[in-house]
Design a protein around this ligand. Structure first.
Ligand SMILES: [Zn+2]
Length: 142
């Protein structure tokens, strides 16, 4: 097996933001490390990697408990899964294998990135003779 090179930063980016010359596609995967009953359930690991230069980075990310994450390891028999889960590099090997076999979903169901801000529609200025009543402010429920 080929090795992985952890960047400590983003994949394809150095400490001061310089881009690497690799133009490989970057994949990412987020998984929970703790069982639902655990207080650390929302602390997830997110990893990104490039299948070409095999750089990877991983980090902690908070995902609310009601969000269902795609389980890429679901196809593994329990004993193999246990073995893979023990090491981030083995997880990478496995995920990368899925990519190479064309089994990676075209779009990861959950991305830790913030959703793009919605474009705001500009309203035409009103020229009403009667000023609109200010909308009642929502009060927080007690
Ligand atoms: Zn690369």
């Amino acid at each position: 097996m080929l090795g992985w090179k952890g960047t400590g930063y983003e994949v394809h980016r150095g400490p001061s933001g310089e881009m690497s010359s690799c133009d490989g596609r970057i994949y990412s995967y987020t998984y929970r490390r703790h069982p639902p009953g655990d207080s650390g359930y929302e602390r997830c690991i997110t990893m990104s990697w490039c299948t070409t230069c095999r750089e990877f980075s991983d980090g902690l990310v908070f995902i609310s408990r009601d969000r269902v994450l795609w389980d890429a390891l679901a196809g593994l028999p329990p004993y193999e899964r246990e073995d893979v889960e023990r090491s981030p590099r083995k997880i990478l090997d496995y995920l990368d294998g899925l990519v190479r076999r064309g089994l990676w979903p075209p779009e990861s169901p959950v991305s830790p990135a913030d959703p793009a801000p919605k474009a705001r529609r500009k309203r035409a200025p009103r020229h009403d003779a009667f000023p609109q009543r200010a909308q009642r402010k929502r009060r927080p429920r007690r």
